[in-house]
Design a protein. Structure first.
Ligand SMILES: Cc1cc2nc3c(=O)[nH]c(=O)nc-3n(C[C@H](O)[C@H](O)[C@H](O)COP(=O)(O)OP(=O)(O)OC[C@H]3O[C@@H](n4cnc5c(N)ncnc54)[C@H](O)[C@@H]3O)c2cc1C
Lengths: 765, 313
């Protein structure tokens, strides 16, 4: 009996809920030495000298490492392995310990390794770094022409990238009946996972092999970068292992200096070396995200039909190019920029800039939430300017179900969906008709009520390189190997569900294996909301390959011709008889492991979408906002596990509303210090800040993959920020408020209510 | 948090430490005397390197961040007088300085008589923090934004202090001297808060404004304590937090309320008095205009709640 579409108990819930998970910080070897990093207190400075003598002599110290040692040991720098086809890009490379200059507060300058953490920390305090402070720039809007960070990056620009049809876009704007423009700051956010970054490394001198244990979203990307760029060895010389992971969201895809340092330190000291980030370090050094300054405009005809869209974006890359970062504000950003609307032409120009801040990189949605935010804000603004109901304006511009497959101005081909159905369902569930009544009721109680509506659509992606292996083991376990790494989503359960469904094996006999470069076959890891598509499809194909191999063997064992055998519920049966041979028994008899391999050979693109509605109430005297209701109507195609899909949406929405109302990574503009380096100052939403979120599904099948599934992971986030801000601005619109940048804090709202911003001059757009 | 994870800590790290700013607990002396005299003796003898430990929800955080490195910790939670809640026969209260928010919450009568003081203390942190945090610690930590302090100021609470020179009494508002500083003399410990019996028709309320609902720092906190007779306010005290280097007693606001029926004119005058009393810092949690304005808003709202409660008593 299939469990597909049923919310069975998660296979890992007992383990994780009882605290028996095996995270990197749970499993470091007893004889490990401890690494502590001395980090830059300056946003930008020249390192005049580093005095490590006292530290080196301190009790228990095994090694004190600096950039000079890295050079002496022949270690290379971290290089950004992604590029922007057709566009030049300045990648200054990143020394694993700061060399000559420090370029953001928190950048690692020295690595101290000692027998105990206390000794390492004590020794770290003995290191004297003489810095010559330099002018810094942290603010995205001031980066171009701000204090020069890299000699090779003029005006701090790493790249200037564009896509779309500029001439056609300009023409459409020139002819448009209505142009709406907004200046939008998309605030910088921190990922702040429960499990912070950490790593322990071991070096085996007799075999010249390294072992790195670290949370990741896939072991191979980190392995390959370290091997090729830093250690200059064949990738097979570095084993990378990932255990349970407590949240990753894109931030744990990439290699970090600390990965290289624990391996290097292990080699230098002959001891395993462990480093576990503290929360303050995590805020300082994990890749941050978003952080755009954008001018965007929408051209419309008299009826409110969209004619063209253009974006001019400055995207903050931080002080270095993190491994995936160039693609985020460019390819990722533009990919879904037209969203679910029939936008005939568009143009997107993006300048990626260096600043004296932690590098930015992918974070749940990776560029798409930023672009969708812009469009959804423009649509609401246009609706208000034109006196059209925002939902109505959306409806007028939706790509109709009959228009599918539809190729967007961004070059994506949407294959399946019914956007109008999502809108209708959301308006119905959200009782849009009753809103004015609710608004009046709130007004009586002295509250300003607003309703916000937004669409999101995702084009799932990720690295399609995946080879899955499925093995029927003689112990009675069906083992499935995948490069797609779980970081808390519950991959194991859905993979087991589809394998059980397809191969008739009880779920408790299926063991999904991941996170070990010694056993898993190389593949792209988790990203782009496509683990189920890529990992699942490859796994089914690998299982089918295994069954075909087993069929030959079973035919020999049963002395029949292979075509006479039928595979059913874990056994081969001779057609028309009751002679059967259990798959696992066959595995026990087989001379070689009963395994099948298969590469992912379908389309990783799918287009999950949804419509979200939020209602907020604002206390005009204090600016306090309460989200009083939130709903999301989503099309994720075939659902494997509805509860887990819902959890992905809810979690994503919470991250989006966190950005909208609370979260903001701030650097002091003068000193470049990070002023939000703890949870006291970086305010994540708490459970009681979050309304109960109502998720409803509508399903349309996709034929892009044989499972009929669409990705889920990043969806909620993409819709939430614009939905909340649209609601907030709706509540304030009567007071002349046209736009508010995130986070919409009580004070910002209160300020907006005191003095409406001057009317926007559309002619200057 | 390396001491909670692996099972293989070396002996020297078992005590715990942090990397950013090291402190090693084994360098610290800890005593938990059973009498006040012993506590004062030990505390006074150790001089400025000593710290009193009540719930530790400020002290341990400050130690972990490296801001404070005490040589001696004097835990006062084993001293009966410091953890007792006494109701006097005439209906007054004496609350030990180290009584936790939760213990006060569970007291059958305290919250009925002093709902504003209780709600202020219970606003401190989360459930977990409530199990430890004390009003004494909140006061002696001397944060301008301490939540219980404006309510205790409004309540007219009196603090009993004991030190090498014996006992003395102070008004709550006399204890803080500035951010992180108190007017306690060397070796002095806050022993208890005394709240006088209150007439019928008297009640109080506390409200705070923060960008968040918990575990963040108030940008304004306002405590109002009223006595109402026949719809007229006969007595009032107003405490205001987070808007100046110390918590303020705003006498002008109280004056505006006393003798009025809490009508719009009186409220407006009191709100303006609160705004006028503000001397806030311009930090990222709230700019001056905002804090100043919200102080007046909270005054009006806290007054309305206190008045409603007063009627019900
Ligand atoms: C997560 C979290 C959330 C918090 N949220 C809030 C909040 O919302 N509002 C708020 O106001 N505070 C908050 N705090 C701060 C703290 O909890 C309060 O200030 C609390 O009341 C301190 O009480 P304590 O008993 O834990 O004090 P301790 O930490 O034990 O002591 C604080 C200081 O006072 C001194 N001291 C304590 N008792 C005495 C005494 N009897 N005599 C002399 N000196 C003494 C100590 O030496 C120390 O310097 C929060 C703290 C945390 C960790």
């Amino acid at each position: 009996m299939t469990t597909i579409g049923t919310s069975i108990a998660r296979l890992d819930e007992r383990k994780l809920l009882t605290g028996s998970g095996r995270f990197t910080a749970d499993v470091w070897p007893a004889n490990a030495a401890h690494a502590v990093f001395v980090r830059s207190p300056h946003a930008h400075a020249r390192i005049v000298s580093i005095d490590i003598d006292a530290a080196r002599r301190a009790p228990g110290v095994r090694a004190v490492l600096t950039a000079a040692d890295a050079k002496a040991d022949g270690l290379g720098e971290l290089i950004c392995p992604t590029s922007l086809p057709g566009h030049a890009l300045v990648d200054p490379h990143r020394s694993i310990l700061a060399d000559n200059n420090v370029r953001f507060t928190g950048e690692a300058v020295a690595c101290i390794v000692a027998d105990t953490l206390a000794q390492a920390a004590d020794a770290a305090e003995l290191i004297v770094v003489d810095y010559q402070p330099l002018a810094s720039v942290t603010d995205t809007g001031r980066a171009v022409g701000g204090a020069q960070i890299w000699p090779q990056a003029q005006d701090n620009i790493s790249f200037e990238w564009s896509t779309g049809d500029l001439a056609a876009t300009e023409q459409a704007f020139a002819e448009a009946a209505r142009v709406v423009s907004l200046d939008i700051v998309n605030n910088r956010v921190a990922v702040a996972p429960i499990e912070m970054r950490c790593a322990w490394g071991r070096y085996d001198a007799s075999e010249d092999r390294y072992l790195l244990h670290t949370p990741s979203q896939g072991v191979f990307f980190i392995r390959d970068c370290l091997a090729e760029q830093v250690f200059h060895v064949a990738p097979e010389r570095i084993d990378v292992v990932t255990g349970d992971v407590g949240g990753a969201f894109g931030m744990k895809i990439v290699p970090y200096p600390e990965h290289a340092c624990v391996l290097w330190a292990a080699k230098v000291t002959g001891r395993p070396v462990v480093w576990i980030s503290e929360r303050g370090e995590s805020f300082l050094t994990d890749t941050h995200a978003r952080d755009h300054v954008t001018r965007a405009s929408l051209a419309l005809d008299t009826k409110g039909r969209i004619l063209a869209l253009k974006h001019d974006v400055i995207a903050n890359l931080g002080a270095y190019l993190s491994a995936v970062s160039p693609t985020v504000p460019t390819l990722g950003y533009a990919k879904m920029a037209p969203s679910v609307y029939a936008v005939p032409v568009m143009h997107v120009r993006v300048r990626g800039v260096f600043t004296n801040t932690a590098p930015t990189d992918a974070y749940r949605g990776a560029g798409k939430p930023e672009a969708l935010f812009v469009l959804e804000r423009l649509i609401d603004t246009a609706a208000r300017d034109m006196g059209i109901d925002p939902a109505q304006l959306r409806r007028r511009n939706l790509i109709g179900a009959k228009m599918l497959p539809y190729k967007t101005a961004a070059g994506q081909t949407y294959d399946a969906g019914d956007f109008a159905a999502a809108l209708n369902e959301a308006l119905k569930l959200g009782d849009k008709l009753g809103f004015e009544k609710r608004r009046k009721r709130s007004a009586k109680a002295g509250r300003l009520r607003g309703l916000g509506c937004s669409f999101y659509i995702h084009g799932t992606g990720g690295d399609p390189d995946e080879t899955s292996k499925v093995v029927a083991e003689s112990s009675g376990v069906l083992a499935a190997y995948t490069s797609r790494q779980d970081s808390g989503q519950g991959h194991r359960t859905v993979y087991a569900q589809i394998l059980a469904d397809r191969f008739g094996i009880p779920i408790d006999r299926i063991d999904v294996r991941q996170g070990d470069s010694r056993t898993v076959l190389p593949g792209g890891g988790t990203g782009g909301s496509s683990s189920l598509i890529i990992g699942g499809v490859a796994m089914i194909a690998a299982g089918a390959a295994m069954i075909e191999k087993a069929r030959e063997l079973a035919a020999r064992e049963l002395e029949v011709a292979a075509p006479d055998l039928e595979y059913r519920d874990g056994a081969f049966v001779v057609k028309g008889t009751d002679v059967r041979l259990d798959l696992f028994e066959l595995a026990a008899r087989a001379p070689q492991p009963l395994e099948g391999l298969a590469k992912f050979a379908e389309n990783n693109a799918s287009y999950p979408y949804g419509c979200q509605i939020a209602e907020v109430e604002i206390d005009p005297e204090t600016g306090a906002v309460e989200i009083v209701s939130y709903l999301s109507v989503d099309d994720l195609g075939q659902l494997i596990h509805p509860a887990m899909a819902t959890a992905q949406l809810v979690g994503g929405i919470v991250q989006g509303l966190g950005q909208a109302l609370y979260e903001h990574v701030r650097y002091d503009p003068d000193s470049g210090q990070l002023t939000t380096a703890s949870f006291m100052d970086y305010t994540l939403p708490h459970a009681d800040d979050v309304p109960s979120i109502n998720v409803a599904f509508i399903g349309t099948a996709t034929k892009n993959n044989s499972l009929g599934v669409k990705g889920a992971g990043e969806c909620g986030t993409m819709g939430a920020a614009p939905t909340v801000i649209n609601a907030v601005v709706d509540a304030l619109a009567a007071h002349g408020v046209r736009h508010l940048d995130m986070p919409a804090t009580p004070e910002k709202i209160w300020q907006a209510l005191q003095k409406p911003p001057p009317a926007f001059d559309a002619d200057k757009a | 948090m390396q001491w909670s994870a692996p099972r293989n800590d070396g002996p020297s790290q078992a005590a715990g430490n942090t990397t950013g700013n090291t402190f090693i607990m084994s360098d610290i002396q800890y005593v938990a005397p059973r009498t006040l005299d012993e506590a004062i003796g030990a505390y006074a003898a150790a001089g400025s390197a000593a710290r009193i430990l009540a719930g530790g929800t400020d002290l341990l955080v400050q130690m972990r961040s490296g801001a404070v490195k005490p040589g001696l910790i004097v835990d006062i939670k084993k001293i009966g007088e410091m953890t007792a809640i006494e109701e006097t026969k005439d209906g007054g209260f004496r609350v030990g300085a180290a009584v936790s928010g939760m213990a006060l919450h569970d007291h059958p009568r305290f919250g009925k008589v002093w709902p504003g003081v209780l709600e202020a203390i219970n606003l401190i942190g989360s459930k977990q923090v409530q199990g430890r945090a004390s009003a004494g610690g909140n006061l002696c930590n001397a944060s301008p934004a301490g939540d219980s302090v404006p309510a205790l100021v409004a309540a007219g609470a009196v603090v009993t202090v004991a030190g090498p020179q014996g006992r003395r009494e102070l008004k709550v508002e006399e204890v803080p001297a500035g951010p992180g500083r108190t007017n306690l003399k060397p070796g002095e410990i806050v022993v208890a808060f005394t709240l006088l019996p209150r007439p019928k028709g008297a009640s109080d309320a506390y409200l705070r404004m923060i960008p968040r609902t918990e575990m963040d720092i108030a940008v304004v906190g306002c405590g109002v304590n009223l006595t109402m007779k026949g719809g007229v306010c006969t007595d009032a005290r107003v405490g205001l937090g987070a808007v100046a280097p110390t918590v303020l007693l705003v006498e002008a606001a109280a004056k505006a309320l006393i003798g009025s029926k809490l009508d719009e004119k009186a409220l407006e005058a009191a709100a303006r008095a609160c705004s006028a009393a503000c001397r806030p810092i311009d930090d990222k949690r709230g700019t001056i205009v905002y804090r100043t304005k919200v102080a007046g808003v909270l005054l009006r709202r806290a007054t309305a709640i206190a008045a409603k409660r007063a009627q019900e008593r």
